[in-house]
Design a binder for this molecule. Structure first.
Ligand code: HAM
Length: 423
């Protein structure tokens, strides 16, 4: 049996990397006032159809949707924004008129063609701010994404920024785009020909050569923004300038989810190649209403953790954790093993990392194992020791040995540790 295509195991030897990333992220979140939210991995399909948009690739092609045994259509979450907003509504968080800042870390599922940096089950860290319409919130969220990368030491990232307008100004732009692409319909890929009337902005984002070529000279959204959207975009840029955050205005950045309004952004790490976006996000002022709640502004982003990990590995930025220093207990014979087992438990309850053989090795084999594990102390209990009721405690670094009654061993090691700091 093998893991499903596009899914992967994170093996015990790799988990430290994830702990490290998540540790840095959590520390930044707490400084910016974000609290964690954990939502179910499975939701009613309708949530994503309404939230993400039923003409998006994610909803039409990539969702893991099935009927449960009660004949309800359910979906493994392809992203977490819609679920966070659903929870915000369900728990009436809007009732206190406060800004809510939430973050999440977890698995998302998209049935996409797997390749380097693209998986069917992947992990995101993301955050959402609900209840803040000020462009200052946009700038703060973008600054926070940059701060996370900065804390991790990641360099050579590109921030792409755009405004995709709102329901007042986007329709006119959409119409202009349809007119523009209608004349070039034959040059478009099959997907884009379908998108032409449903979701023409997505054509700008298509990676097919023909579509890229057809997009040359396409009208740019930034020329069609209404005054309000234009001013908001200027304000976001102004705040980013004030922090010295550099960005490229990219009028082709449209994002793949329909809920966005105004600010849209992506942070790319070009060496990752085709899947270079490590972070994507934007404002979604219509989403809460779309899902059935009161009109509430929202903004957020998500970082793909597999891609972040690839980038950190490429720049060699993940510190290898120090090897745990331990005590090894080598014992032979049932009663000796029982005595060692008791010592092991006592050491562990006193915060010492202790280990003993579970494979029936000979005493010699156990001593070798102690060496392989770089044990700081080895406690030896053979038949002689059992008779005397004493264990041999060997300090591995110096080779010195001494005999101690079983019940004094843990005390000795804990005191030694306080004095020598070997463990
Ligand atoms: P998204 O751009 O679809 O946005 O995904 C965000 C990030 O997740 C991407 O930039 C990428 O790093 C990672 N990602 C997406 N799909 C895959 C995949 N198949 N394999 C590996 N990594 C992937 C969202 O999901 C929005 N919910 C972000 C957001 C939050 N917008 C507002 N709030």
């Amino acid at each position: 049996m093998q893991a499903l295509k596009g899914t992967h195991d994170i093996l015990p030897e790799e988990v430290y990397k994830w702990d490290y990333m998540e540790g840095v992220i959590r520390a930044v979140c707490s400084r910016y006032g974000y609290k964690e939210i954990r939502t179910p991995i499975i939701e009613a399909t309708e949530l994503f159809q309404r939230g993400i948009g039923d003409t998006t690739d994610v909803v039409t092609k990539e969702m893991y949707t099935f009927k449960d045994r009660g004949d309800r259509s359910v979906t493994l979450r392809p992203e977490n924004t819609a679920s966070a907003v659903r929870a915000y509504l369900e728990h009436k968080m809007y009732g206190d008129q406060q800004v809510h800042k939430m973050f999440y870390i977890g698995s998302m599922f998209r049935y996409d063609r797997p390749q380097a940096g693209r998986y069917r089950e992947f992990h995101q860290f993301g955050l959402e701010v609900l209840g803040a319409s000020s462009p200052l919130a946009d700038a703060e969220v973008i600054a926070m994404a940059c701060e996370i990368f900065h804390r991790l030491g990641l360099k050579n990232l590109d921030l792409h920024l755009n405004s995709i307008g709102d329901r007042n100004c986007r329709p006119a732009y959409r119409q202009k785009l349809i007119e523009f692409f209608e004349a070039k319909k034959d040059q478009l890929c099959e997907d884009c020909r379908e998108r032409l009337y449903k979701n023409p902005l997505r054509i700008l984002d298509c990676k097919e050569e023909g579509c890229k070529k057809a997009s040359e000279g396409a009208p740019e959204i930034t020329d069609y923004l209404c005054e309000e959207c234009h001013n908001k975009f200027e304000a976001v840029k102004h705040y980013l300038d004030a922090l010295g955050i550099s960005y490229t205005v990219d009028p082709r950045l449209v994002r793949g989810l329909d809920y966005y309004t105004n600010t849209a952004f992506e942070i790319q790490y070009p060496p990752l190649g085709a899947q270079s976006a490590v972070c994507g996000g934007g404002r979604y002022d219509g989403l809460v209403e779309e899902i059935g709640g009161p009109s509430t502004p929202g903004i957020g982003f998500a970082i793909g953790l597999e891609r972040l990990l690839l980038a950190l590995d490429m720049q060699n930025l993940i510190p290898v954790p120090a090897v745990n220093k331990k005590v090894y207990i080598a014992a032979l014979g049932e009663d000796a093993i029982a005595a060692g087992f008791k010592i092991q438990e006592e050491l562990r309850s006193r915060h010492v990392i202790a280990d003993m053989d579970l494979q029936g090795r000979s005493l010699k084999g156990q001593m070798k194992q102690a060496g392989r594990m770089n044990a700081v102390y080895t406690i030896i209990i053979g038949s002689n020791e059992l008779e005397k009721g004493k264990a041999v405690v060997k300090t591995m670094e110096t080779g010195t040995q001494q005999e101690l009654p079983f019940e004094e061993v843990a005390d000795y090691i804990v005191t030694e540790e306080t004095n020598s700091n070997r463990l």
